[in-house]
Design a protein around this ligand. Structure first.
Ligand code: ADP
Ligand code: MG
Length: 353
């Protein structure tokens, strides 16, 4: 049961269309936009043209109902959009451009055709927004929940690709946008779900939290900022996207690059609405920004020579620097005390901030 259920909507059983009818129904409105897409949906395999001066990037993510999403508070259209944008974010995190996706779904018969349509309307919206072609997938049945697997194909010149492993001592550590909002959006949705479950007559009260809800339900891949980096002639020495939380990604970069990373509390970018909402929910905003996850911002390191090019752009915040491995990973709080960043994440409550 969903908090957002539209009681008036039609319910067409998937068996009325059959598997092939369903595939045709959900894919027929997708039109390819990229010249590299030679054959999309409709044959035994998709055909994609590879430019000889570029490398191809491939990434897959699987989303499972009850593990990665909860349909009682995630509208299917948003889920479709998010499934695509988080995959594109992985290609952005390599400083590369995404061109095609395949989408595979496993659905139980509790989903009517209209639910699959909703899911695909979100997938299509993301394809339009990011100029991506849907070139294939697979459709199968599931005995329980909904499973979505998206594979994305991208491209980049070899010298433009940023790996997790390239951070160098004295690099600046940069993060895009702001952090913590998506986590707070999730807390709001969970709160409303609990209220709804104890009193299904009550309509969810999501008012006034548009930003954090949008960050949770409809995250955007930072494609535009990868383009900005290209225009500024910056290739990050290392890069990752913030899916699990800033501290977790800092640990990935430092481990893969065999360096240490120091970041500063007073530099962490947090939107003022995130600040206010965290206080309202009795949460520490720094905790949300460090450990929250699902912000899908980009975290990267650059050589100091690029400092002037980025310092005035509000989309990029320098939050720290890369050190020798022996210094470890550290979080410097406002009182200038240093706290090691651990795999458990960094807890400002435990650390008395
Ligand atoms: P096959 O039997 O060869 O696996 P399918 O009948 O599964 O072929 O798929 C037919 C076409 O539809 C293929 O191009 C496939 O990539 C595409 N397709 C199947 N399911 C989906 C889906 N859920 N989303 C997008 N394309 C799909
Ligand atoms: Mg198939």
């Amino acid at each position: 049961m969903s908090m957002f259920e539209d009681k008036k909507s039609k319910n067409t059983s998937i068996s009325e269309l059959g598997e092939f009818g369903l595939i045709d129904h959900i894919t027929k409105t997708f039109k390819s936009k990229n010249t590299s897409t030679i054959k999309a949906v409709g044959d035994d395999a998709a055909v994609v043209k590879i430019k000889s001066d570029k490398l191809q990037l491939i990434s897959t993510d699987m989303l499972i109902e009850g593990v990665h999403f909860d349909l009682s508070y995630v509208p299917l259209k948003h889920l479709g959009y998010k499934a695509v944008s988080v995959n594109i974010s992985d290609i952005c995190a390599m400083n590369s451009k995404a061109n095609q996706i395949t989408v595979s779904i496993a659905i139980s018969n509790r989903f009517p055709v209209e639910a699959v349509e909703e899911l695909y309307s979100g997938i299509q919206l993301a394809c339009e927004k990011y100029n991506i072609d849907l070139i294939g997938g697979d459709t199968t049945s599931s005995t329980s929940g909904l499973i979505i697997s998206v594979t994305v194909i991208g491209e980049a010149k070899a010298e433009k690709i940023s790996y997790r492993s390239g951070a160098k001592v004295n690099d600046l550590v940069v993060v895009t946008g702001d952090l913590g909002a998506a986590y707070l959006g999730l807390q709001i949705l969970k709160r409303e779900k609990d209220i709804f479950l104890s009193n299904p007559g009550v309509q969810p009260d999501l008012g006034g939290n548009d930003y954090s809800l949008q960050r949770q339900l409809k995250p955007e891949a930072r494609v535009n900022l990868v383009e900005v980096l290209d225009l500024l002639d910056i290739v990050p020495n290392s890069m990752i996207d913030v899916s699990d939380g800033l501290t977790s990604e800092i640990l990935h970069l430092s481990k893969c690059s065999d360096v240490g990373i120091t970041i500063y509390e007073d530099k962490i970018p947090i939107d003022h609405t995130t600040m206010n909402l965290a206080k309202e929910l009795n949460l520490n905003p720094i905790f949300c920004a460090l450990n929250g996850g699902e912000d899908y911002e980009l975290l990267f390191t650059i050589s100091q020579e690029h400092y002037e090019k980025l310092k005035k752009d509000v989309d990029f915040t320098i939050i720290g620097h890369v050190t020798d491995k022996s210094e470890g990973n550290n979080f410097i709080t406002k009182d200038l005390s240093s706290h090691p960043i651990t795999a458990q994440g960094w807890d400002p409550i435990k650390n008395n901030v």
